[in-house]
Design a binder for this molecule. Structure first.
Ligand code: DX5
Ligand code: ZN
Length: 215
């Protein structure tokens, strides 16, 4: 299964967003991973709707919107209108997960469901027949630059077994060229990388390296 590279904008230089996004897009990154944090579900605040709406004007990448927010049902329409293509919510959020997934689909968008490292896979199983992507966090959501938690590998393997060979399983956090084979060999096919791409001196080269390593 082809590996999709999803650079996380969180690690970008925010004074050069257009330039950096164009560079990773030209290098072959399929998704742009957009980490939205509300300071409530996670202890950090990042960016939101207006930033994504502006970026939509300068990129044709799949906008892979990772909502680390407590009440996503209140905002899914705003993110859809801003140009999100995939809207991922956390199983740990306070919204009705089932209804929020339905709302995302009603807006014509793909729905993802995310699990923090301490959330058992069983919490996502009831939604397997209605989600388009499962996001297995390999760090606790909230900050870039953390270390990959090896314990999640079993969860990835189990998810791949249950979801079959063609389902999109995304892994997010602490992934570099040096350990890329860890989530990939466990069964992940959508790889998020923040520090390893936008945190590097040459984000485009980092994407090419990721693509070459998984070709
Ligand atoms: C963490 C975010 C990640 C983060 C990944 O809450 O969901 O997407 O940006 O960053 P790195 O690749 O630096 O761990
Ligand atoms: Zn993320």
């Amino acid at each position: 299964m082809a590996i999709i590279v999803a650079p996380s904008l969180l690690a970008a230089d925010f004074t050069k967003l257009e330039e950096q996004i164009s560079a990773v897009e030209a290098a072959g990154a399929e998704y742009l991973h957009l980490d939205v944090m509300d300071g409530h579900l996670v202890p950090n605040i990042s960016f939101g709707v207006p930033v994504i709406a502006s970026l939509r004007k300068c990129s044709n990448m799949v906008f892979d919107t990772h909502l680390m927010i407590s009440e996503p049902h209140k905002y899914v329409k705003a993110f859809a209108d801003a140009g999100a293509d995939i809207i991922t919510i956390h199983v740990e959020c306070d919204s009705d997960v089932d209804k929020t997934i339905d709302e995302i689909h009603a807006l014509g968008k793909k729905a993802g469901l995310a699990l923090n490292p301490d959330a058992d896979l069983s919490r996502a199983v009831p939604y397997f027949d209605k989600i388009d992507m499962l996001l297995i966090m390999s760090v606790y959501a909230g900050f870039g630059g953390q270390k990959y938690i090896m314990d999640v590998n079993d969860k990835i393997k189990e998810a791949r077994k249950l979801l079959g060979p063609d389902f999109d399983i995304q892994v997010d956090g602490g992934i570099y060229l040096s350990n890329l084979d860890v989530p990939v060999s466990a069964g992940a096919n959508v790889i998020v990388a923040g520090s390893a791409v936008f945190g590097s001196a040459d984000p485009a080269q980092a994407v090419r390296d990721f693509k070459a390593a998984t070709a």
